[in-house]
Design a protein around this ligand. Structure first.
Ligand code: ADP
Ligand code: MG
Length: 318
């Protein structure tokens, strides 16, 4: 059976990305990178546990994609440019087909975003993937959760709730046709991190966060960090055409209170509304203006009526 050195050699060394700023990549006791250009480093880590962060039935290529995508989404929310990744991989055994697919999913997304995998650790145990991703601001600054101001417009990218419906279908709670099912599963398993949009919003957005725990929870985090409130028009929250077909059955809650969307939520001064639309077009992603920043408290409205929304996102410990 292949040992960890064989695994690293065969599955993780064969990446297409060779960055100039990597002095020493995989293969030594540690990696060496050359920060060369101006600006700050932006560092994030996300851990994926089998059966907790993805259903055990998830295909390995999707697991590899998602392990990097969730980190790219954090880098996107900071408005940074991703550069280097390390991976702590814990495996219950050596299944070559699984590893081949997993590595392909990870490295394909890495190539798309010019991220080089520069090191990691491979151990035996329950399937867990911990990725650290390091990005750079390139001297133009970064975004954060603090900084939203009363009167700012609130935006959300892409569509929300698709991953939630995938899990409902997976759990047998929701019935859907093949094409809807395929769409929702793809949104759950292959999120598209909004790196270009985040980058374009640096210097324009007053605050930003990525939606991993659900809009209600994450907008709550943004508001608390900024010391502001919000008023959200529920009917303006962007959902896909596929979601809309099930809206009468599932309602708005999966789009508002569920996680795993990996879209961006950000605030801008109202005079920047036009700028946001242009940036979104450039980044090839839709954006929707869902409400505005207020003095305090988050209010959800449908027309003139308050709409009850739980701010409880996903929590591991409660
Ligand atoms: P050490 O014992 O010095 O910590 P290892 O034998 O664990 O080194 O790893 C050998 C090399 O392979 C190191 O450069 C390490 O960073 C890299 N590596 C180990 N596991 C992974 C992984 N899953 N992905 C990428 N690189 C890895
Ligand atoms: Mg060592």
């Amino acid at each position: 059976m292949m040992d960890e050195f064989g695994i690293i050699e065969r599955f993780f060394k064969r990446q297409a990305v060779r960055r100039d700023d990597v002095v020493l990549g995989i293969g030594d006791d540690a990696a060496v990178v050359d920060p060369a250009s101006d600006g700050d480093w932006v560092v994030t880590t996300d851990v994926l546990v089998n059966g907790v962060h993805f259903p055990e039935s998830t295909d390995p290529r999707s697991v590899g994609h998602k392990a990097l995508a969730v980190n790219l989404s954090d880098i996107a929310a900071m408005g940074a440019e991703p550069a280097w990744a390390t991976m702590g991989l814990t495996l219950p055994g050596v299944e070559e087909h699984w590893l081949e697919e997993f590595a392909s999913g990870f490295l394909a997304l890495a190539e798309e975003f010019n991220v080089q995998l520069i090191g990691g650790d491979t151990t035996h145990g329950p399937l867990t993937i911990a990725v650290q991703l390091i990005g750079r601001t390139g001297g133009i600054g970064h975004l954060s959760r603090g900084g939203a101001r009363t009167g700012d417009s609130i935006y959300v990218s892409g569509t929300l709730g698709d991953a939630a419906l995938a899990l409902q279908i997976e759990g047998g709670v929701l019935a859907a046709g093949e094409s809807d099912r395929g769409y929702f599963m793809d949104r759950l398993n292959r999120p598209s991190p909004r790196v270009a949009l985040g980058r374009a919003m640096v210097g324009h957005a007053t605050a930003a966060i990525d939606i991993s725990d659900g809009l209600a929870a994450d907008l709550g985090h943004l508001c608390r960090s900024s010391g502001v409130g919000a008023e959200v028009n529920v009917d303006a929250v962007p959902v896909s055409a596929h979601y809309r077909r099930h809206l009468a059955t599932v309602g708005w809650d999966p789009a508002l209170s569920f996680g795993d969307d990996y879209e961006l939520c950000f605030t801008v001064a109202p005079e920047n509304d036009r700028m946001v639309e242009n940036a979104a077009r450039e980044a090839d992603v839709g954006v929707a203006r869902i409400g505005r920043v207020t003095g305090s408290g988050v209010r959800w409205m449908r027309g003139n009526q308050p709409y009850p929304v739980s701010e409880d996102g996903y929590r591991h410990f409660r």
